[in-house]
Design a protein around this ligand. Structure first.
Ligand SMILES: [Zn+2]
Length: 645
């Protein structure tokens, strides 16, 4: 239901980790929050929109060291470029918080002390396998005998350290009760069930400090420890509002007495927001005012975006070629709340051509052209009653406006936009039904023709208002083209028949120029090749480094898939007549039988490791080819190959 009494709205994106450039996935979260913030403001609701950066941790400390900067310098640089990006994407955030700012760190220190005093936080020991890259601890079963991070595949480190813990157990029943009593707390429903079953399995107390690195907020009463990630990161939602500072005006207005607080999170961080954050608030005796909207990931055809696959799309790649509004539209339209969405240029171009160039763009240019041709560009509100077709269009408009509001106020933008486009389609059909070009031939039908023009005009005006939160620039151009008076551009004029007399522009512009699919595909292919050529080479090594590698020719005797793995093959090879076993992650690219009998190149002096319980004594040389695939390096003429050592 749309909450008609809502007076304030506070909406937040996750704070992004300050470790690199923001790609299209993070941009999605920020764009949908922006759509929500704009929608609420247009509805006259006092809205505060927060985004920011999560800036502490070992990974950042190490990255800064590598870059020859202080961690503070590094995160400031990243914050600066991220702010710039949001400006380019027309994001209307009211604040941008960096967790290294004093307004945040000082308050977090106080909150930590408070929880310590109340015994919600206690000192203990943590022992575990830790992945630096992922900044996460894993259990023995997760890392296996080889101590490999299950998320990124890098080796984990054994760590035992003194650590503070947040007592989650104490609050888990209260949290379950809260979730049960507040059915809107976690949306969509499917995600809520995941969280509930996770809590029901029993919560382990959460480790909330570290002594193994320095780049974090020191614990006030024991500065050997820095406060580790979740208490630090999650509290940004209230420190940004001035909670715990001298001026708590914003906190009082938007949180304590606020009508709606929305945290938008990706599904990968839902658990932290649905469990740790409410428990932290309970421990601090702060009311849980927020609800969570969990969204999926923006996937590529090849799966998740990743640097190693080379399929990351940055938002400016898209906006530079196609403009900003089409990107905002695509992401808002394609992603159903809670599910993943696919980003592919083919799909993007299809949507662009169908929805924007054809349906919306043509309706606007045709209507303006006809108003010019038949009435010298003047639209006058008809005096007579509407005919059947027009009444149908009016009724549909009313229905669409209601559904649009219902959907947009509940973060279901995809459904909301589908509604708007159903009205656009109906208006296009209305032109075919009323055949204005035939009416124009008959002087007696002048009034009828005027009524048709008026109805088309009003539909376009309503559409221009409804797309405002998603495509603000497009909406503005539409208003200009149609000569819509300022008072008829606002959300409270979202009603059929508000226009009396107006004049449209003489010559309509092309709102969205149609794209040629083949030409665009060619462009992206060429760009991909260029991108790969530009890809930075790794750190230089000396000839001495290289000479340590013992490369040998090996013949594959046997090859089989490793049970339970999609990626790994077990190869039995012979080097100088001696048998060896090598595990290789090439199962996606080679059928085992194709390798048998082949002569390949092997790094023979690699330290043996156990991979999933199988011994691997060496590594097969492969090279990546242009199609994101791997090719095993083969020996064609053995005699021509000399050993390097
Ligand atoms: Zn990892």
């Amino acid at each position: 239901m749309e909450n008609k009494n809502k007076k304030t709205c506070y909406v937040t994106t996750p704070i992004y980790y300050a470790s690199g450039n923001v790609h299209i996935g993070n941009s999605y979260s920020t764009i949908v929050c922006d759509v929500f913030a704009r929608y609420n403001r247009l509805k006259g609701i006092d809205t505060f929109f927060l985004t920011g950066m999560d800036e502490h941790g070992q990974k950042i400390e190490e990255a800064a060291k590598k870059a020859g900067k202080s961690p503070q310098e590094m995160v400031n640089d990243i914050a600066k470029s991220t702010k710039e990006l949001w400006k380019n994407l027309n994001i209307t955030n009211d604040d941008f918080i960096q967790t290294s700012e004093i307004r945040h760190t000082e308050v977090v220190q106080q909150l930590f002390e408070k929880m310590l005093k109340n015994k919600d936080i206690y000192l203990g020991y943590y022992e575990g396998d830790y992945c630096v890259a992922c900044e996460a601890y894993f259990t023995k079963t997760q890392v296996g005998e080889e101590c490999i991070c299950p998320d990124c595949g890098k080796p984990t480190r054994k760590v035992k350290e003194e650590s503070y813990f947040l007592n989650l157990k104490k609050y888990s029943n209260r949290l379950l009760k809260y979730i049960e009593e507040n059915p809107d707390f976690i949306q969509p429903e499917s995600r809520k069930n995941e969280v509930v079953s996770f809590i029901e399995q029993g919560l382990e107390d959460l480790c909330v400090s570290r002594t193994s690195f320095k780049w974090g907020i020191p614990v006030l009463s024991n500065p050997r420890h820095v406060i580790y990630v979740w208490i630090d990161a999650l509290c940004n939602y209230i420190t940004a509002l001035g909670y715990g500072s001298k001026d708590e005006t914003l906190y009082n207005k938007f949180w304590l007495n606020g009508d709606e607080v929305v945290h938008v999170v990706g599904k990968d961080i839902l658990r932290f927001h649905a469990i740790y954050w409410p428990i932290i608030l309970m421990a601090l005796d702060i009311p849980i005012k927020f609800k969570l909207y969990a969204h999926g990931w923006v996937l590529m055809k090849e799966g998740k975006m990743s640097k190693s696959v080379g399929n990351i799309i940055y938002p400016l790649d898209v906006t530079k070629r196609y403009g900003l509004d089409p990107l905002r539209y695509y992401l808002t339209r394609e992603m159903p709340l809670g599910n993943d969405c696919l980003f592919s240029y083919d799909r993007f171009i299809e949507r662009y051509n169908t929805d924007l160039a054809n349906d919306l763009g043509n309706l606007l240019s045709r209507t303006i052209a006809m108003i010019n041709k038949y009435f010298d560009g003047v639209v006058i509100k008809p005096k007579e009653k509407s005919d059947t077709f027009a009444t149908e269009l009016e009724n549909l408009s009313k229905e669409v406006i209601n559904n649009y509001n219902e959907n947009f106020s509940n973060f279901r933008f995809q459904n909301g936009l589908t509604e708007v486009w159903s009205l656009i389609s109906r208006a296009n059909k209305y032109i075919d039904e009323t055949t204005p070009w035939i009416l124009a031939k008959d002087e007696d039908k002048k009034a009828e023709l005027n009524s048709v023009m008026y109805h088309l005009y009003e539909v376009l005006r309503l559409v221009a208002i409804m797309v405002m939160p998603v495509m603000p620039d497009t909406s503005k151009i539409m208003f200009e083209e149609m000569g819509v008076l300022p008072e008829n551009q606002a959300f409270d004029s979202l009603e059929y028949g508000k226009t009396s007399d107006v004049k449209v522009v003489t010559k309509p512009i092309v709102l969205f120029k149609r794209l040629d699919l083949v030409e665009e595909q060619k462009y992206h292919q060429e760009k991909n090749v260029a991108k790969k050529e530009e890809a930075p080479t790794k750190n230089e090594i000396s000839i001495e480094d290289f000479s340590k590698i013992d490369l040998r020719v090996a013949e594959v005797i046997e090859a089989s898939k490793m049970e339970g793995s999609d990626k790994l093959l077990i190869l039995k090879v012979k080097i100088d007549d001696k048998p060896r076993q090598i595990i290789s992650g090439i199962s996606e690219f080679y059928a085992p039988l194709d390798l048998v009998g082949k002569k390949i190149v092997v790094v023979a002096n690699l330290k043996p490791v156990k991979i999933r319980g199988h011994l691997s004594e060496g590594m097969i040389l492969t090279a990546s080819s242009s199609k994101n695939s791997l090719e095993v390096i083969q020996i064609l003429k053995e005699n021509n190959f000399a050993k390097i050592s």
